[in-house]
Design a binder for this molecule. Structure first.
Ligand SMILES: [Fe+2]
Ligand SMILES: [Fe+2]
Length: 319
């Protein structure tokens, strides 16, 4: 008979694991300061303070870097929504509470650093950025894991993948900025995201040991419904196509750098503690991943053709 637990029982059973992982996190997380990652001497006043307002030619970031920076920053900006969701999925006391508040404080640093960098270096239009932030935050994020269930199991499964996805996306954004300062800042942020991922991955791993079938069902549902939490952002579709096209976050990275390494860590396909119902879910997950692998190839073929068309057009325009 497969084991099942209510979310409250699960949180109680998992609390010692959360405590160990909180201690591990605190021993590994290094203090850092957003102001150390921003070239303040490049800053100039805007018109309201007697200077000049932003003009497009002032940004030294390319189109892809700008789209990536904005998408990543607006994602970080929606922190109050994620705080609400993860706080509801966990509990408001004990280790869960300590973790949620610590994690929130660390996440807040990411938005601070990226925004300071973009405003000081005039990397993006600060008025458009502020308007986009208002739209995103007023909309909030309500169902990021796509399952409609935000209890602890789908909650931790989703944030495990999501933290790793943001790590990949920040790191690749750093590379396309063509600015060592931005690269260093985003590498620093990506290191935080990785530590967050490890915390959630370990909690979800312990849940798999405790309630294998239920945890697997949550993991599988989250993978099948996965979207980045920015779906409601202005220009999200355009920007995410641009990011996928230029390797900031594409389907192959999603599969090979986010989904597969985590599933391997959990030993998902080698476990023998699933009931027949769990084995069925595992089969379905395997089929889904097979299809994703085919989609990766198809996407890349389309992308190569599109990039070749872009290059040919540029060539024509330059003659
Ligand atoms: Fe973050
Ligand atoms: Fe994070």
């Amino acid at each position: 008979m497969a084991k099942s637990m209510t979310p409250v029982q699960l949180l109680r059973e998992l609390e010692p694991v959360a405590e160990q992982n909180l201690d591990r996190h605190l021993s590994m997380a290094k203090e850092w300061h957003p102001h150390d990652y921003v070239p303040w001497d490049e800053g100039r006043n805007f018109a309201a303070m007697g200077g000049t307002d932003w003009a497009p030619g002032e940004s030294r970031l390319g189109e892809v870097a700008r789209a990536a920076m904005i998408t990543n920053l607006l994602t970080e900006d929606n922190l109050p929504s994620y705080h609400r969701l993860i706080s509801d999925a966990f509990s408001r006391d004990g280790t869960w509470r300590t973790w949620v508040d610590r994690w929130t404080a660390e996440e807040n640093r990411h938005g601070i650093a990226i925004r300071d960098y973009l405003v000081v270096t005039r990397g993006v239009d600060p008025v458009a950025l502020e308007r986009a932030r208002m739209i995103c935050m007023e909309q909030g994020v309500d169902n990021p894991n796509g399952t409609g269930d935000h209890s602890v199991l789908p909650g931790v499964a989703y944030v495990t993948f999501q933290e790793l996805a943001t790590r990949v996306s920040h790191r690749n954004t750093g590379r396309v900025c063509d600015d060592p300062i931005a690269d260093r800042m985003l590498t620093r942020i990506a290191t935080d995201e990785n530590l967050h991922m490890v915390f959630y991955r370990n909690i979800c791993g312990a849940a798999l040991d405790l309630v294998p079938d239920d945890a697997l069902a949550a993991i599988s549902a989250v993978i099948r419904n996965f979207t980045m939490p920015g779906a409601g952002m202005p220009d999200f579709r355009r920007n995410s196509v641009l990011l996928a096209k230029h390797g900031i976050y594409d389907l192959r990275q999603h599969l090979e750098e986010v989904i597969e390494p985590v599933l391997r860590k959990w030993n998902i396909f080698e476990r023998n503690d699933f009931s027949p119902r769990g084995a069925e879910v595992l089969d379905e997950l395997g089929t889904f991943l097979e299809k994703l692998r085919t989609d990766v190839v198809r996407f890349e073929e389309q992308r190569d053709r599109a990039l070749a068309r872009d290059a040919a057009r540029r060539e024509r325009e330059s003659v």
